[in-house]
Write a protein of this length. Structure first.
Length: 200
């Protein structure tokens, strides 16, 4: 009987999910500085997705200008009406240009989704930027509030906030603030000092 109770207790302990441990200030700083801001470059990701099709978008404008001249001249030669030829040529090239633009927008949209996914992976469920909110200017308030809600659409602001924190954050000040907020993450001696401080 006693063995059954013991087995049941062990089973219950295994079933109870462990409370996630609060990371230390040093671990948070390590996470922050491990992030490569270049991973969130939207233009670079768009070009990667375009791959061998990149030349199509680079040559669109010059090719359009050349084709407009050629079609207009050809139309003028065949119909002897310069203005009508020019208007028809411009109309045809406008439609083609719109189709190419829509094709390019697909790459940009996919690149944006990819970058948002990278931000999600960087933030993880534990979050990253929201934990540094006390060290960010007020203009980033909307960013970290959105990140807490798992909304990753503010890519430019995310890059700016990361860059600012990586370059300007006072590590010692962050460690002090973090340990005051989460005393359990402080070393044992410091934790005792933090617990005694309010009593004094």
């Amino acid at each position: 009987m006693a063995e059954n109770i013991s087995d049941q207790n062990e089973q219950l302990q295994e079933d109870i999910p462990l409370k996630p441990q609060t990371p230390t200030a040093e671990e948070m700083l390590e996470r922050l500085h491990a992030v490569d801001v270049e991973d969130f470059d939207l233009e670079q990701r768009t070009n990667e997705l375009k791959g061998n099709n990149a030349w199509l978008f680079v040559l669109t404008m010059p090719a359009t200008a050349i084709l407009l001249v050629l079609f207009t001249l050809l139309g003028t030669f065949l119909t002897d009406h310069f203005i009508i030829s020019f208007i028809l040529s411009a109309g045809v090239l406008f439609v083609i240009g719109k189709m190419i633009d829509q094709y390019e927008q697909k790459f940009k949209y996919q690149a944006r989704l990819d970058i948002m996914q990278r931000i999600k992976e960087t933030e993880t469920d534990a979050g990253l930027i929201p934990h540094f909110r006390d060290f960010l200017p007020k203009k980033y308030r909307h960013l970290w509030q959105s990140l807490k809600k798992q909304n990753y659409i503010y890519i430019d602001q995310y890059i700016a906030a990361l860059t600012l924190l990586q370059q300007r954050l006072d590590d010692d000040k962050f460690i002090r603030v973090w340990r005051l907020k989460y005393p359990e993450t402080a070393p044992d001696e410091e934790e005792e000092d933090l617990m005694e401080a309010p009593k004094k």
